[in-house]
Write a protein that binds this ligand. Structure first.
Ligand code: TRP
Length: 450
């Protein structure tokens, strides 16, 4: 069966879409609390190193796989394996990626729901004059109410599937063209405020002081996992977006812009948040609730606070939305390219399945709080750790090995189209440095090295 495949209108649109996938709750919700939980600057340092050494080369690899294959990750990797005379079973790597994306979406949508709820709270002026105890109590009340969580999880899921159902050209492009630039503008406003009233010096010290003694194995593991999460790597999001990319666009340059934008944005949000955290004597290691507990206090005391809070949470919701879309796109592309099922029907069915799993996540914050799956982790924590620290790095490792050791060198070079030095640099990082780094982390994880 041959299908007409749509492509992005131009390179800018691809950049916006991929940046839209990368920039999301990972930057705004997860990175800040992970920095706090993992000891501040030690984590930041390793995170930046992981982005440079593992993230950037691997993003290039994922785009090149997608563009060469011109297909969804499952059939795409299969086609590339056949072209390379390797086992067609490599397609299972695509399948694993699709599953990983759906697992991530199940909790991503619940957190996206928290954000939507906070937009409504902000518009109601609920934060005005609020103090720390009240803000924490508000957040805990939200977590204690399964029905509220379920309602907003449902809304978030419908928003996501609504765009996905419309398809790459009409849906994704339009959404991204408006949302990403808007997001940058709103962030600058927040940062400006934070600089004027927050404790920027303390935030800077917390995030960037060079203190190697604080680097722990757990921080390294979390930082590697988060580099994958933040850049949307290891499951096929970037691969499927790359498959819609025209031939003449430079993969290396596009990758570097996206990785820089994503990392900078995450760190700037971190600075803005920690400047507020320290100025208000809040705890940096509050965990997943960090931004939801601390920001309302700051918003509650600033002029125009309710308006700024509304804008901020809208920004986060937009960012989460464009990321969530990319978590399902590989699976949707796979269904649409292999069956006669329409985009609309597949989006609805898949959305429903992920929504069901999301209910378990909702309950893990209240009624099922004490249900532990493995290593004393509840359902949310299990899904988060399983995907970020195992499935994504494993997917990335296999993609790097496939592109580096199985595909023909000429074919890879054909897509990357780099000069000699650039190609060598990509090869060394893709074939040796990042696989070794990932394997080393895995060996540690399974207790094989100490
Ligand atoms: N990168 C997004 C964020 O930071 C989340 C995301 C979208 C993602 N697509 C992905 C994470 C693919 C891992 C893999 O919020």
């Amino acid at each position: 069966m041959t299908h007409h495949r749509s492509t992005w209108r131009n390179r800018w649109t691809f950049m916006l879409a991929t940046a839209g996938s990368a920039i999301g709750l990972g930057n705004i919700w997860k990175l800040p609390y992970m920095i706090g939980v993992n000891g501040g600057s030690a984590f930041v340092l390793v995170f930046i190193a992981c982005i440079l050494v593992v993230g950037i080369p691997l993003m290039m690899t994922e785009i090149l796989l997608g563009r060469r294959a011109q297909k969804n990750p499952f059939n795409g990797i299969e086609a590339l394996a056949i072209e390379a005379k390797a086992s067609p079973h490599w397609k299972l790597l695509g399948g694993m990626g699709m599953l990983t994306g759906l697992l991530i979406l199940s909790f991503y949508s619940v957190i996206g729901g928290w954000v939507l709820y906070f937009i409504t709270e902000a518009t109601k002026g609920s934060f005005v004059g609020i103090e720390a105890t009240q803000s924490t109590a508000n957040f805990n009340n939200l977590l204690a109410s399964p029905l509220t969580l379920l309602f907003w999880h449902t809304v978030f899921m419908c928003l996501t599937m609504g765009v996905v159902a419309r398809g790459v050209n009409s849906g994704l492009e339009k959404a991204n063209n408006i949302l990403i630039p808007a997001l940058f503008v709103i962030l600058l406003i927040l940062l400006g405020y934070s600089m004027s009233v927050g404790d920027m010096q303390a935030a800077y010290h917390f995030m960037f002081s060079l203190d190697f003694s604080k680097i722990t194995p757990v921080a390294v593991l979390s930082a590697l996992g988060h580099a994958f999460f933040s850049l949307s790597l290891g499951m096929g999001s970037v691969m499927v977006y790359g498959s819609y990319l025209q031939r003449h666009v430079s993969i290396a340059r596009t990758t570097i812009y996206i990785a820089l934008a994503d990392t900078m944005l995450g760190l700037l949000v971190g600075l803005a948040i920690y400047a507020l955290v320290f100025a208000n004597n809040l705890a940096p290691n509050a965990g997943p609730g960090l931004i939801f507990q601390t920001l309302p206090i700051a918003f509650g005391h600033m002029p125009w606070g309710s308006l700024i809070a509304t804008l901020f949470f809208m920004l986060v919701a937009f960012a989460a939305w464009t990321s969530a879309i990319s978590l399902v796109e590989p699976t949707i592309a796979w269904i649409v390219e292999n069956t006669t099922i329409s985009r609309k029907v597949s989006a609805t069915t898949l959305g429903f399945a992920v929504w069901l799993l999301g209910i378990a996540v909702v309950l893990s914050f209240n009624d099922w709080q004490h249900v532990k799956i493995i290593f004393g982790l509840n359902i949310f924590e299990t899904l988060d750790k399983l995907t970020s620290t195992i499935l994504l790095p494993l997917g990335g490792l296999l993609m790097a090995i496939f592109a580096g050791y199985f595909m023909k060198r000429d074919h890879v070079q054909d897509e990357l189209n780099l000069d000699n030095r650039g190609f060598k640099l990509w090869r060394i990082t893709n074939n040796y440095i990042s696989p070794i780094a990932i394997i080393a982390v895995f060996l540690y994880l399974f207790g094989l090295v100490k």
